[in-house]
Design a binder for this molecule. Structure first.
Ligand code: SF4
Length: 488
């Protein structure tokens, strides 16, 4: 059955019952539970936009495998235009939801695994790509949401997978049977896990020869036996869970993506769902390509969020009577400038994308790393400017309960009013929106999502082609090549 709309998507989630815990209790319906419902609605937007005339061209694609119309979130990029459409779609979704809509992680995993499986098969004569295509066609035809699962707990970071005291700190194969593998371990920070249909498990880093049991890719349904998810806490989640709609700031879609721990306790995976098995030489490529695609996204989805934040602050200044100040205009100009700079970065790494051997397109990896590195700074600076302009009241506002109180509600209304004629509730709502988008979990996601800043710096240095830059300098300075101590 194909999922054709946001409502279909929500109904599809109610037909499966993965094991999910939150605050020590089971969640049996992620669509209606207050902790998960906002995140479900954000992901549902990825389905809804495919039905709207003004966004259909971005949100859908033609499958190169079947020729059928599919969600872009299940597509393998076939050209630069596909990469660009993804960037535009992500910014639009960021604008519509003001949060993480989660579905890109699986999307990027699909693209990474596809191109690497092709290259493994070409070199080793294996049939990983054929297995992967069969799985992917089902994902495309049924329009399923896939969570890309990469980050392992890693235990003692000074040691690799096989040297850990507890081998389960990295997801690994504990048994090989005639018909499949059995896996154990966990993945952390899994965005959208509790409201996905399938998990695409990938290695967390490049593996050495000793780590064959850790070097695999496979897919399993979220409700497969042996899987337990633990949904994470977020800043302000008590307001969300208690349905304090004004105080939560963004009641429909939640503050950020909704992350979970996924535990695999001896989960059986049949071979038709195993897309890499023991090929340690290729695990680095999976991680590298997945990371590049996902880092390219951040200049798009986060720009959408910054658009919302810039609008919120601009409106707040209007209803507080401060919008005419030249310093206000200057700070808002800076917010726009930083947002558009990030967007340019996402567009640039897409335009400079190129085909892999499989024909699937990969973004320019240097520019993708630069893009994400800039997000770790610019989003924080945009948030800083927003807080600067909003004023301290976003941190000291009385609660919605006080606003509604028969005894003191009139006092809250009186002393939190702004420009005459604007309902005080509007000012409070916008203030809460700014609070939700500039604090706690929202910004941590911009720092560490798609890899921590140092991960990008390692790639930027590695790909910086320093030898060439030195050669350029030597040539212009008239320094002979043999003079350098390094011999270059
Ligand atoms: Fe998609 Fe952005 Fe969320 Fe990553 S952080 S899943 S790119 S919306």
């Amino acid at each position: 059955m194909k999922i054709n709309s946001g409502a279909d998507y929500q109904a599809s989630l109610q037909k499966i019952i993965p094991v999910i815990y939150y605050k020590g209790q089971r969640i049996t319906d992620v669509v209606t539970h207050p902790a998960t419902a906002p995140h479900v609605r954000a992901a549902a937007m990825t389905y809804s936009l495919a039905n709207r005339e003004d966004s259909k061209a971005l949100a859908t694609a033609t499958s190169h495998l079947t020729g059928r119309t599919i969600s872009r979130f299940t597509h393998v990029h076939q050209n630069v235009e596909d990469l660009l459409k993804k960037v535009k779609l992500l910014r639009l979704l960021g604008q519509k939801t003001g949060t993480c809509f989660q579905r890109c992680v699986g999307f990027d995993g699909i693209n990474a695994v596809y191109s690497v499986a092709y290259e493994v098969d070409a070199k080793l004569g294996t049939d990983y790509l054929e297995r992967f295509k069969k799985w992917l066609i089902r994902i495309q035809d049924e329009n399923l949401m896939v969570v890309g699962a990469m980050t392992d707990p890693k235990g003692d970071r000074s040691k690799g997978p096989v040297d850990q005291v507890d081998p389960d700190q990295f997801v690994h194969i504990v048994e090989r049977r005639d018909d499949g593998i059995v896996i154990r371990g966990a993945k952390l920070h899994m965005t959208g896990a509790v409201n996905s249909h399938e998990i695409l498990i990938m290695p967390t880093m490049a593996m050495d020869e000793k780590s064959k049991d850790y070097a695999f890719v496979c897919a399993i349904p979220v409700d497969a036996p042996g899987i337990t998810m633990i949904f994470g806490r977020q800043a302000g989640d008590d307001r969300r869970d208690n349905l304090e709609r004004i105080d939560v700031g963004k009641p429909t879609f939640g503050a950020v993506g909704g992350e979970a721990v996924i535990v695999f306790d001896d989960v059986f995976v049949p071979y038709e769902r195993v897309f890499l098995d023991g090929e340690t030489a290729f695990t680095g490529d999976i991680v590298y390509r997945f990371a590049a695609h996902h880092r390219a996204n951040y200049g798009a989805c986060k720009t959408g969020l910054m658009d919302v934040l810039t609008g919120a602050v601009s409106y707040l200044c209007q209803i507080q009577g401060t919008s005419k100040g030249s310093h206000v205009r200057d700070k808002i100009t800076e917010m726009i400038h930083l947002s558009e700079t990030l967007y340019s970065s996402s567009l640039a790494c897409s335009i400079e994308g190129a085909p892999t051997a499989s024909g699937a397109y990969l973004v320019n990896t240097m520019l993708a790393n630069v893009c994400k590195q800039n997000v770790t700074r610019f989003h924080f600076e945009v948030a800083r400017l927003a807080v600067d302009l909003a004023g301290g009241f976003i941190a000291t506002l009385p609660s919605e309960h006080d606003l509604r109180s028969e005894d003191i509600g009139h006092l809250v209304s009186k002393y939190f009013s702004g420009v005459d004629g604007i309902p005080v509730e509007d000012r409070i709502k916008i203030g809460r929106l700014i609070e939700a988008m500039t604090g706690g979990t929202a910004l941590v996601e911009s720092m560490h999502g798609a890899g921590s800043p140092q991960a990008q710096r390692i790639m930027i240095f590695r790909e910086g082609d320093l030898a060439n830059k030195i050669a350029l300098a030597k040539t212009l300075a008239g320094v002979p090549a043999h003079v350098a101590k390094d011999g270059k």
